[in-house]
Design a protein around this ligand. Structure first.
Ligand SMILES: [Zn+2]
Length: 397
């Protein structure tokens, strides 16, 4: 093997760092894989006939804006919040959203393709198209049947969040009563089955103890698909340093959530204070206008009005969350999980939608991150965990 002398290597890397930051960001953006672990658009396909092909002035993702933002791959979230739907609708709603995602991807085959594995993502990215993948948000969605879980894997689900806003039979949610003191025995069996078929265990939303249990139970690295840092914004949905360390130690990745209220506590306080009134207003309006085609615009209007009451949060705070994880456990263990289209428009200033990822690349360049570390943070770390779960699976699809 050809080995460069250390001095020459140093010269090469300092030459890269010496490039003007704008040039470095520009070069990176030519072929960098930007991979977001959590975007919630599919429910809009079902409820509103939202079309990915059109450029929208609302919501946070469509193909024209994905192209502007150089977004290469997305794990789309399939979900039915347990508090919003009666239990008998959880599974059908999840299947409807997943069907709608496949249909929408197929309808835009010139621009995007469904990815079933890491090799697909790399091939699709090289071809200049967008790779779409799917994830399931909440262990309440598969009727507690491992047969259905395996079928979800065959339909393209590549990670599952163990619990959503409510505790379930497998895991305690961090926003509900703690009923198992972490993972239940069934929760450990679930993690083992996910490892067996190559579905990543996702620990966003679950209690800190449940995360530690899941990390310990899992043979493969886990992810927190959309969680921010508690040391910066001490709110219930964020993860403490102890949990970040445990996930990293197992080779996993913390994908930072862009929700303005999760990035800064002062914004969260206003958001959480307004939540009941905002949701009631939306519910009342929808009940009154259940067939009115303008009702979704009215929902967005209510959301915008409440969002305007929150203090503005700059995208630089998001960079601070990324930097915290990178400094704490290394740049191999942080990624992006924007939660776009799942955060009711509560985005930071400067990162309003998927067209803005280049802002983060430039920001990381300005903070002195190396090209390789920026590539890892923007996508390769997540790809690595996906590959590790794929390779460790003993039942191949
Ligand atoms: Zn979520």
């Amino acid at each position: 093997m050809l080995r460069l002398p250390a001095a020459l290597l140093l010269l090469c890397s300092s030459a890269v760092l010496a490039q003007p930051p704008a040039d470095r960001a520009e070069r990176l953006l030519r072929d960098i894989l930007i991979f977001d672990a959590h975007i919630d658009t599919p429910r809009y396909f079902v409820d509103e006939g939202y079309k990915l092909a059109d450029h929208h002035g609302y919501y946070e993702l469509d193909i024209p804006r994905m192209k502007l933002g150089k977004l290469g791959a997305v794990l789309f979230g399939i979900y039915a919040q347990p508090q919003d739907y009666p239990p008998h609708l959880w599974l059908p709603r999840a299947l409807e959203c997943l069907e709608a995602l496949h249909r929408e991807v197929a309808a835009n085959s010139r621009d995007m393709e469904f990815a079933w594995n890491v090799a697909d993502i790399e091939r699709i990215h090289r071809s200049g198209k967008l790779a779409a993948l799917a994830s399931l948000e909440g262990g309440h969605l598969f009727a507690d049947s491992f047969r259905i879980l395996r079928l979800f894997h065959k339909l393209g689900i590549r990670y599952m969040t163990l619990a959503h806003f409510r505790s379930n039979n497998f895991a305690d949610s961090m926003t509900d009563e703690l009923v198992h003191n972490g993972l239940s025995k069934s929760g450990r069996d679930l993690v083992a089955e996910m490892n067996r078929i190559g579905m990543i265990p996702d620990v966003s939303h679950i209690s800190d103890k449940a995360v530690l249990d899941a990390v310990e139970a899992s043979r493969s690295p886990v992810i927190a698909s959309h969680s921010s840092v508690k040391a910066i914004a001490p709110i219930v949905r964020n993860v403490p340093d102890e949990v970040i360390r445990a996930i990293a130690k197992k080779g996993g990745v913390i994908c930072i959530n862009f929700h303005a209220g999760y990035l800064e506590k002062s914004a969260y306080d206003v958001y959480i204070r307004n939540w009941p009134a905002r949701d009631q207003e939306i519910k009342d309006m929808l009940a009154l206008k259940s067939t009115d085609p303008s009702r979704w615009e009215l929902v967005r209007g209510i959301q915008r009005r409440y969002f305007a009451q929150m203090p503005k949060v700059d995208y630089k705070v998001l960079l601070k969350h990324i930097d915290h994880v990178a400094k704490l456990v290394g740049p191999d263990h942080v990624g992006l999980g924007s939660d776009y289209d799942g955060i009711s428009g509560m985005t930071p200033v400067g990162m309003e939608d998927v067209s803005k990822y280049p802002v983060l690349v430039k920001g990381l360049v300005d903070m002195g991150y190396s090209n390789q570390d920026i590539r890892k943070i923007m996508g390769l770390n997540l790809l690595r965990v996906l590959r590790a779960n794929e390779q460790a699976a003993t039942e191949k699809p």
